[in-house]
Design a protein around this ligand. Structure first.
Ligand code: SF4
Ligand code: SF4
Length: 169
């Protein structure tokens, strides 16, 4: 058994704390300060385009978690499209792998850019089509799988750069 003098461990721990007292903090004061995530982030929601979706259900078939529920009816509209009555994603089951986004043949599905969707109730994790509709203008798709969108998003905030800025002040 290794013998150590009593209190050495505490002293070592204190030295680490004291050393960090004189360093610039590398945390931000959330929620007052928010960082931009990566432009290609897979946020904790999906964004869906009502105008582009044909109701083909390829996304639901690609989802190994069974997180997407689609109900369609035949539509008398042009192009023989289905009418999408229900489009839901249960983000409680979704693992944000992005496979449904890659599978969509009509570019109607996107990973979201948001990361603040925690809920108190399990049922509130289900996104309805109204919640995730691109055309509402309230949802920002991420640049994941869509480089043309990534170009338009703000540059990711790197904590390392924030520290360098503070040290140069
Ligand atoms: S991101 Fe993955 S787990 Fe989530 S709905 Fe799409 S395929 Fe399913
Ligand atoms: S989001 Fe894409 S894959 Fe899913 S039903 Fe609509 S068109 Fe088909």
């Amino acid at each position: 058994m290794k013998f150590e003098r009593y209190g050495i461990g505490i002293a070592k721990g204190l030295m680490v704390t004291i050393k960090h007292l004189f360093r610039h903090p590398i945390t931000v004061q959330y929620p007052e300060q928010r960082l931009h995530p990566s432009r290609r982030t897979r946020g904790n929601e999906l964004v869906w385009s009502k105008d582009k979706c044909t109701g083909c259900a390829t996304c639901a078939k690609a989802c190994h978690e069974g997180a997407i529920r689609i109900v369609t009816s035949t539509s008398p509209d042009i192009n023989n499209n289905y009418e999408v009555e229900t489009y839901e994603v249960d983000t409680g089951y979704c693992i944000f792998c992005g496979l449904c986004v890659e599978a969509c043949p009509f570019n109607a599905l996107f990973m979201g850019y948001a990361y603040e969707r925690s809920q108190y109730r399990r049922n509130d994790l289900v996104q309805s089509k109204e919640d995730m509709m691109l055309e509402s203008g309230k949802k920002q798709p991420s640049g994941y799988f869509f480089p043309e969108i990534a170009k338009e998003l703000p540059r990711q905030t790197l904590l390392l750069e924030k520290i360098t800025e503070r040290e140069e002040e």
